[in-house]
Ligand binder design. Structure first.
Ligand code: PLP
Length: 394
């Protein structure tokens, strides 16, 4: 299988990660922070070590400001529902994932959704114009999960700083792909299982200002057990219950792997892949590509449709006939499709990762060309150039 669905979750994972996680579960598993015995202490130390690696990764001085969650959705819910006050107004964009929009609506706050341009890009002036006296939070994705469009989050952060408004960045499609200093923003939410190459069941919220956030979940923290009120310390008060220690250990390993290779090198490699792929698709008359045509204005995602075929049909053909995994449809971001003009159709999304090879991308482009040349309802030929093997980045 050629896996081109890394925007959903990354696959494969860095060498040694699974071994490290299974070693923990098989040989030295204890509940971290819950006891003084050797296994509990060793696991707590390993979780602390992962937190330290991630603090280095995102350039923050205090690892306690990293809260581990089970995914980006939980991190976004915590950031939104844990900071919004009654009477607040929130601004967000039409390119957001439902894991931003749904908690925002559930918060009961007033909100404004800024319409982005058809390529998914955002004019920060539109955001500035929408600010009201009671605007307390601006939420923006760093990069769209539909088109890959990179959003002007640093410009928004400048506006927020001047106006005394908090900014939350959804780094689900940028963490591990673009350099990111978390302290440029008030809060940054992300999954561990996408660009950070960690296992499923991991995510993080990084907060700049500790006192702004309220927990959403209460329970045992392994500290101050005689108190009925929860402790206020970071990160314990936001990580109630047993944490996903093997997942966090795996995530720390994966983040270290990325740091060893260098995020700039990874970025350049992925840009090379997406540029080569995009240029070919944009030259196919039957194919419509969405999002910015300047490849450096986006992360490694290409959204497209083949005229005369639904996105689901194209994805099924890619999977069933050619062994290529992509995602079709609406990508949990319905209104983003209104923005880019695919409200009725959705789109096919191709998202290579750090282990994708050029020959795999070339094969995918060849197959799409073949599908586009074949009449709708007819199965395209399987005869294509040599099937690629191997990964250049491993
Ligand atoms: C931009 C964006 N935000 C949030 C999420 C939610 O991530 P998770 O599935 O880890 O909760 C995704 C997942 O696809 C995403 O692409």
């Amino acid at each position: 299988m050629i896996y081109l669905d890394n925007a959903a979750t990354s696959f494969p994972k860095p060498k040694g990660m699974i071994e490290k996680m299974s070693d923990h579960q098989l040989a030295w598993c204890g509940n971290p922070g819950r006891a003084g015995h050797m296994l509990s202490r060793k696991t707590a130390e390993a979780v602390r070590s992962s937190r330290n690696i991630l603090a280095d990764f995102f350039d923050i001085d205090d690892p306690a400001r990293i809260i581990f969650t089970k995914n980006a959705t939980e991190a976004l819910n915590l950031a939104i529902l844990g900071t919004v006050k009654e009477g607040d107004h929130i601004i967000t964009t039409s390119m957001e994932h439902n894991s931003v929009l749904r908690p925002l609506i559930a918060s009961g706050a007033e909100y404004t959704i800024i319409s982005c341009r058809q390529d998914g890009s955002l004019d920060p002036a539109d955001v500035e114009k929408a600010i009201r006296k009671n605007t307390g939070l601006i939420v923006c994705t760093h990069a769209s999960n539909v088109t890959g469009t990179i959003m002007p989050v640093h410009r928004l952060a400048d506006i927020c700083r001047k106006k005394g408004i908090r900014i939350l960045v959804d780094a689900s499609q940028s963490a591990g792909h673009l350099p990111l200093s978390a302290d440029d923003f008030d809060m940054v939410a992300m999954p561990g299982h996408k660009g950070l190459l960690g296992p499923m069941g991991t995510g993080l919220l990084i907060v700049k200002e500790k006192k702004a956030l309220q927990p959403l979940m209460y329970g045992g923290t392994g500290t101050l057990s005689k108190m009925l009120e929860p402790p206020v310390e970071f990160p314990e008060s936001f990580e109630a219950g047993t944490v996903n220690a093997p997942g966090i250990i795996g995530l720390g390993h994966a983040a270290g792997w990325i740091m060893n290779r260098g995020i700039e090198q990874i970025y350049e490699y992925q840009m090379g892949l997406i540029r080569m792929f995009d240029e070919q698709l944009r030259n196919m008359p039957q194919v419509e590509v969405y999002g910015p045509s300047v490849y450096r204005s986006k992360v490694g995602i290409t959204a497209f449709n083949v005229r005369g075929r639904s996105s689901e049909e194209v994805a099924s053909l890619l999977n069933d006939e050619f062994g290529i995994a992509v995602r079709a449809g609406f990508h949990c971001a319905g209104i983003a499709h209104k923005t880019i003009g695919t409200w009725d159709t959705g789109a096919v999304r191709v998202s290579p990762g750090v282990f994708t090879t050029r020959s795999q991308m070339q094969y995918a482009a060849d197959v799409i060309w073949r599908i586009a040349k074949t009449a709708s309802g007819v199965r395209p030929s399987r005869y294509l150039p040599v099937h690629p093997r191997g990964c250049s980045f491993r």
